[in-house]
Design a protein around this ligand. Structure first.
Ligand code: ZN
Length: 287
């Protein structure tokens, strides 16, 4: 059964490790992530962007697929199904569809409007036993057409949002979605530290986990990050493995064109990426 991300993240924050949010795009992605979490006895968060939800035919299809897998793959580790960078309407749809967690990304609104909308959703999420992630300070790069500049959040605005009763908070600390540019200045640990000082026990979320050096990830966890989002890295691993399969002409040998064979190397590559991240984040055997 799907669970809210609240308990797993509070435990992670207290235990100084982080739970990975791995975004899903289809059946292969979902199965690879769930099986790896089960094998490593790790809690996990499945992230679904609004674009990916649409791609998979809608949120109800996603909920049906994930719930079916939890039962039929005998997944017993804690799993949250989470809307990533949701709009207000997207949040309402996911609450209705049976997600167990939502993110409301109101970072592009003036802070007063972000506060007002987040407040309404805090109540709705609580009524449904769901966790809610809020965002302050936009995160750089592009995600589903939303382009952020990668600014650092104002710690006082973070406190204002945290005090509304959200479960976890994503604060911009110079992180970027997608691949990091050569001249990237790195994470702002000063901002992260200031945010944690003001928000206390609240689990903090690091978006754009792809390509952040390992020592920065570990330092971020030590400063209160308890959830790390990984999306692009699984996509790159999947694409590279699929490319190799085709370039080696394996789709032309025997029944190599069978989608179950064609997509198998990409599936294994996602599993390997997820395993590597869970080990780095310290969530192995924390289920
Ligand atoms: Zn993000």
């Amino acid at each position: 059964m799907l669970v809210s991300a609240k308990d797993m993240l509070n435990k992670a924050k207290a235990g100084k490790y982080a739970v990975g949010q791995f975004n899903i795009n289809n059946l292969e992605w979902t199965k690879a992530i769930l099986l790896t979490a089960q094998e490593l006895n790790s809690p996990v968060i499945l992230g679904v962007s609004e674009g990916a939800g649409k791609y998979m035919a809608g949120y109800k299809t996603v909920v049906g697929m994930v719930n079916g897998m939890l039962e039929e793959l005998k997944i017993t580790v804690p799993v949250a199904l989470h809307l990533d960078h949701g709009s207000y309407d997207g949040c309402l749809k996911c609450i209705e569809a049976g997600f167990s967690s939502i993110m409301f990304d109101g970072s592009h609104y003036p802070i007063d409007e972000n506060v007002a909308k987040t407040k309404e959703l805090v109540k709705l999420a609580a009524d449904h036993g769901m966790s809610l992630e809020a965002e302050v300070g936009s995160i750089g790069g592009e995600e589903d057409g939303v382009i952020g500049k990668g600014e650092c959040a104002d710690p006082n605005e973070c406190k204002a949002i945290a005090d509304l009763g959200v479960t976890m908070l994503a604060a911009g600390i110079g992180n970027i979605h997608g691949k990091y540019p050569e001249n990237w200045e790195g994470l702002s640990f000063e901002t992260l530290d200031a945010v944690q000082q003001l928000t206390g026990e609240m689990p903090l979320v690091l978006h754009g986990g792809t390509g952040i050096p390992e020592d920065m990830i570990k330092k971020a966890i030590s400063l209160g990050v308890a959830k790390i989002n990984v999306n692009t890295e699984c996509q790159l691993a999947f694409a590279a493995a699929t490319r190799t399969y085709v370039e080696e002409g394996k789709d032309l040998q025997g029944k190599g064109f069978d989608p179950r064979k064609l997509l198998a190397p990409g599936f294994e590559a996602i599993k390997a990426t997820v395993k590597e991240k869970m080990e780095l984040f310290g969530s192995v055997n924390k289920a």
